[in-house]
Design a protein around this ligand. Structure first.
Ligand code: NAD
Length: 359
């Protein structure tokens, strides 16, 4: 069985779907074909892939193509019927992209659609990449703040610790809390899912009680708040946010625009020099003033709307993603042959297009 690893073409994307270390672990009967240069931006030169046993060449004719981002129209045209594609296919938001794959008769497995069951944890690329984004968001907050994060007692006086608020305590939010704590900040966290309070507290942070509680879906995600609940949350946050030096926002509802948590007025209430890092920028932002892909200063407050933070740590982000990919490939290979078991809930759950089912 052949696995193809193309060079990512999306602007700013530095990650690669398989790294050399993973290539050598895929087992007997699997040949990996890497597009020359595919790993360079993530720190993995062609030579490292060759040494791990991969071939360099055209990845698009392989039985399985593994990618980070969904293929562009041009890339999709290189795929053929019956081929398997594994990538972040954005099935809830990129209907055109999914239609293209369906029309080509490609078996599209979306990393976002892998069921979040215990057996699938090693395949959970949403979590692995959210871990990277959460960590980096705390570093960005620390870097942009004109203050220390930890408390310092020096001969020149005592510096109190910075106060950091993390909104949304899923995988990224919990990692942001842990990282900001390690840097010495006093951290508070909030999430609408009630189960999260304990996780926030176990990291040494305080759970900020906003008096707003949402529901959790069977898959563990938050349900969208009602307009009344959302207004109550915004008002409560507006009153609390001026007390914080940095706010990291990570709130998301799968397939929906990011919920607006921080209003323009709340930003105006913050002290000059404060920082907002908006991890939800890609889906519109949790802050009303966020400009996706930009870093701006409004009323003296820095608002970071950088998208695709995992790509800024491409080496480790790719390494974790590659392990996720290897686990998924392990499900699809039997005796060196590609075997798609549609009765397997992970394969069936991840599949967003299937040969023979048309557009
Ligand atoms: P996500 O990226 O979809 O959302 C981030 C967080 O935003 C979530 O915690 C959500 O509750 C929160 N949120 C949504 N609306 C909000 C609002 N208005 N205000 C504040 N917070 C809001 O979530 P995720 O990080 O992908 O994790 C979702 C869940 O899946 C978590 O419970 C996580 O523990 C669970 N999970 C389970 C597994 C597994 O069992 N295999 C693996 C990973 C994650």
């Amino acid at each position: 069985m052949k696995v193809g690893v193309p060079q990512e073409a999306a602007p700013g994307e530095r990650r690669v779907a398989l790294v050399p270390d993973t290539v050598s672990r895929l087992g007997e009967g699997v040949t990996v074909i890497v597009e020359p240069g595919a790993g360079v931006a993530a720190g993995f030169p062609d030579e490292a892939y060759r040494e791990a046993g991969a071939e360099l060449g055209d990845p698009w004719s392989a039985d399985v193509v593994v990618k980070v981002a969904a293929p562009s129209a041009g890339e999709a045209a290189k795929l053929h019927e019956g081929q398997v594609l594994i990538a972040f296919l954005a099935p809830l938001t990129d209907a055109d992209g999914v239609r293209r794959l369906a029309a080509a008769g490609v078996h599209g497995l979306a990393l976002e659609s892998i069921p979040r069951i215990t057996r699938a944890q090693p395949m959970d690329a949403l979590s692995s990449q959210a871990t990277v984004a959460g960590y980096k968001s705390a570093l960005i907050a620390a870097d942009r703040l004109p203050r220390f994060l930890p408390m310092l007692m020096t001969a020149a006086g005592t510096i109190p610790p910075a106060k950091v608020l993390v909104l949304g305590a899923g995988v990224a939010g919990l990692q942001a809390i842990a990282t900001a704590r390690r840097l010495g900040a006093v951290v508070s966290g909030f999430d609408v899912r009630p189960a999260v309070r304990e996780q926030v507290e176990s990291l040494g942070a305080t759970f900020l009680d906003l008096g707003v509680q949402g529901e959790e879906t069977e898959g563990g995600y938050a349900r969208e708040l009602t307009p009344e609940q959302q207004a109550a949350q915004q008002a409560e946050l507006q009153a609390r946010i001026p007390g914080f030096d940095a706010v990291i926002t990570t709130a998301a509802i799968p397939g929906r625009a990011a919920p607006k948590l921080v209003t323009a007025e709340a930003v105006r209430g913050m002290r000059p020099g404060s920082v907002i890092v908006d991890l939800a920028a890609e889906t519109g932002g949790n802050c009303e003033l966020t400009r996706p892909g930009e870093e701006i200063v409004e009323s003296g407050v820095t608002i970071v709307g950088t998208t695709n933070l995992p790509s800024t740590m491409a080496t480790h982000a790719s390494q974790l993603l590659a392990r996720n990919m290897a686990s998924i490939l392990g499900l699809l290979v039997s005796g060196g042959e590609l075997v798609l078991d549609w009765d397997d809930e992970i394969v069936a759950g991840a599949c967003v297009t299937r040969k023979g089912e048309g557009a």
